[in-house]
Design a binder for this molecule. Structure first.
Ligand code: KIV
Length: 280
């Protein structure tokens, strides 16, 4: 359990000391309270909640209201863990003013410590504007799921010389613009390692190998809560989906067999006189 509040400074120190940063996504209060009791350093309320919590096919329909709602729920379960709120599609694309206003809402109403936005060089103006408003920014480059239509699907990024150079440039530009951390998603391991070595700010990988300064996974993925296929970069650290299904079936069986609830153990008493009175 983090005994001291994690901040932009402690996360930066971790990179400087060669200590890896462990991050997870989180979308609700109960899970946040569990994470708070562990060694996880930082939590992202990702717009991935559009898929994992809301059941959309991608993250595009997620709104600012959705993000603020879930970020605020998570914030109430955290104390020392650093909290990042994700900026959803079209919440920062239009102008610097729009970006600052919505980033501000994630801090004021969602109680996040920082915001994350997808995009490299193209969004440096927005990063600069948000940082100027004293709001720490995590950039996100590589596979940026909000660009799924532009990319033509969820694909590994930076595999040829031109795209690899572009990604390296994106990483340097977002650092220059003031981002204090950058997420690298679905980037070849050697390229992600090179980026991590060239940047002074921490890199957080997801599908980007062990050369990054930290890692993030979607918590439902790492707990194996889906029946569907997990991406190649996911490792199942437990099989909670199976445990939940077993528990749901055990409950259903006991209800149908009338062995749950048990009188006395799961029930409340009423005085016999009250019952007698009711029967009159
Ligand atoms: O939305 C999200 O959960 C993310 C992580 C996968 C990095 O952006």
């Amino acid at each position: 359990m983090a005994l001291k509040k994690q901040t932009v400074n402690t996360l930066q120190k971790m990179k400087e000391n060669g200590e890896k940063i462990a991050m997870l996504t989180c979308y609700d209060y109960t899970t946040a309270t569990l994470i708070e009791q562990t060694d996880i350093d930082a939590v992202l309320v990702g717009d991935s909640l559009g898929m994992t919590v809301m059941g959309y096919d991608d993250t595009l329909p997620v709104t600012m209201e959705d993000m603020i709602h879930h970020t605020a729920c998570v914030s109430r379960g955290l104390k020392n863990t650093f909290l990042v709120g994700d900026m959803p599609f079209m919440s920062y694309h239009i102008s610097d003013e729009q970006a600052v206003e919505n980033a501000g809402r994630l801090i004021k109403e969602g109680h996040a410590n920082a915001v994350k936005l997808e995009g490299g060089a193209k969004y440096c103006s927005q990063i600069r504007a948000i940082v100027d408003a004293q709001i720490p920014v995590v950039a996100h480059i590589g596979l940026t799921p909000q660009s799924v239509n532009a990319f033509g699907g969820f694909k590994v990024q930076g595999k040829n010389v031109e795209r690899a150079k572009e990604l390296l440039e994106d990483a340097k530009k977002v650092e220059e613009a003031g981002a204090f951390m950058v997420t690298l998603e679905c980037v070849p391991e050697k390229l992600a390692t090179m980026i991590s070595e060239e940047l002074t700010i921490p890199t957080i990988g997801i599908g980007a190998g062990n050369g990054c300064d930290g890692q993030i996974l979607v918590y439902q993925d790492m707990l194996d809560m889906y029946d569907g296929l997990a991406p190649k970069f996911v490792k199942h650290f437990a099989h909670i989906g199976r445990e939940m299904k077993d528990a749901f079936n055990a409950y259903s069986k006991e209800v149908k067999e009338k062995t749950f609830p048990v009188t006395g153990e799961h029930t409340f008493k009423i005085a016999d006189e009250v019952m007698e009175e009711l029967k009159k």
